[in-house]
Design a protein around this ligand. Sequence first.
Ligand SMILES: [Zn+2]
Length: 355
Amino acid sequence: MLIPGLSGREGRVRRRLAAEMAGLGLAATTDRLGNLIATADGDPDRPSVMLFAHMDQLGFVVRKIERTGLLRLERLGGVPERALAAQELLIALGEGRDIPAIVGNKSHHATSPEERHRVVPYQEILVDAGFPSADAALAAGVKIGSPVVYAPRAFTLAEDRIAGTSVDDRAGCAVVAEVARLLAPVRERPTIHFVFSTQEEYNLRGAMPAAQALKPDIAIQLDLMLATDTPDMQARGDLALGEGPAMSLYSFHGRGTLNGTIPHPTLVSLFERAAEQTGLSLQRSAQVGVLTDSSYVQLVHHGVAAIDLGFPCRYTHSAREVCDLSDLVGLSALLVAGLSSIEADFSLDRDDYPE
Ligand SMILES: [Zn+2]
């Protein structure tokens, strides 16, 4: 969470995760789009699995440097404009060269009653990094196109809850790495491709070239699921922080995208059984308005049996997202149980699951 990695600029996160994989004895490669892939070979008779989470985070790109030295930003990904005022940002120029900045908020003393309750659209927002002029900004290395993220933060709240930036989806990355660690000594298991994917917050398709190259039989994607345990979310579902990992039974995004994931029935029952065997409670999610790159990954090759698993998360896409560490521990345990019970006769034939 403390490593900046805007979509398309995930290098620092990727290097950290490659080192994590190397520590487990897993060599990782990077494809041209930026996906990091580490394969743990297993029994070739069992269906192969791609387990993935995205490394990138949403943010901004510098659109214009004003003569005054203030910056205007273009947004990259689903940035919630009403949570932007007075936020801390980081212009992520590179290790040792990053520049802190803030979102300027009009002085309250000069704010009219109408302005007080209006959300300022990002096009009007001015970002202040302290530069007195455009030349000063340019001299510091800021250019049109420079990446900007929320100032990276990570801290704990009560009850093992963690808060900060890019819980979406560094929490998922952490679980992928943890599953790789837990499965390292397990011999009886399928081949598993651990993939840390790129550009999910940008166009949801970054994981596609990895899936096209690996041709997995099964794809399991890990990301947040909308927690609905705050009063403003209650009507949306039944997903609470600290109540265990979650499985998506339906996702769809209509706004310009028209895609989603209806999980393969074999995988739904696989993880229901795994939860039962391990005594974990498995929460269920069905939501319109959310989407992950599994919806594109499932469409490659002959079709890939896909499912979204995840963890409840509050305040999504804001600079302070919250999740519960126990849900991540539970998700890791669920995956280890589920993946090691995929045998050679594990059927992906839909007709074996009469509806
Ligand atoms: Zn995500």
